[in-house]
Design a protein around this ligand. Structure first.
Ligand SMILES: [Zn+2]
Length: 169
């Protein structure tokens, strides 16, 4: 009595002597090492019962391996590519926006002479107020500057000072 079953790899119908049940053979069609199914499954019926048992086993084996392969193949690109594109493409624009687009390097020079109102020297107040507006984290550096200007009122060249502030804003 022969066991008739289908190769789980290539679906080739194979007939093997019942004594071969449970042993491994090489499929003559595809060369895959396959296990001959037990005779009990086969003997429950001729063809209709035969095919369901082996084909039920075979397709499930194929399906699981195929599903596993498909799953693996799908998971890698599906998970990796969007993640890469999100991280790789989204990050730089954000940094560019934060550092480049919104804020520019700016320079402000505050001269002491320009801070004198009604005889009061408001230089310190104006500088403090300006630095406060810019915000400490946006101040890159400050430089004391000296300058000379011709004072029309007293017809003399006056030496004065101010503060040059480099900041982001
Ligand atoms: Zn085969």
């Amino acid at each position: 009595m022969d066991i008739v079953f289908n190769c789980p790899n290539c679906d080739q119908e194979l007939a093997v002597d019942q004594s071969g049940a449970g042993s491994q053979i090489e499929c003559p069609s595809c060369g895959e090492t396959i296990t001959i199914p037990a005779a009990s499954k086969v003997t429950t019926g001729s063809l209709p019962a035969n095919s369901p048992a082996p084909t039920a086993a075979a397709p499930s084996a194929i399906n699981t391996s195929a599903a596993a392969k498909v799953e693996l193949h799908l998971k890698v690109p599906v998970h990796d590519k969007p993640a890469e594109s999100l991280i790789g493409k989204a990050k730089p624009p954000l940094e560019v926006v934060q550092k480049g687009a919104g804020k520019r390097l700016r320079i402000r020079t505050i001269r002491r002479a320009a801070c004198i109102e009604n005889g009061h020297d408001l230089f310190d107040d104006k500088v403090a107020s300006f630095l406060q507006d810019v915000g400490e984290s946006n101040i890159i550096s400050t430089h004391v500057v000296g300058y000379e200007q011709f004072d029309v009122g007293i017809q003399k060249i006056m030496t004065d000072y101010g503060l040059l502030i480099i900041y982001r804003g």
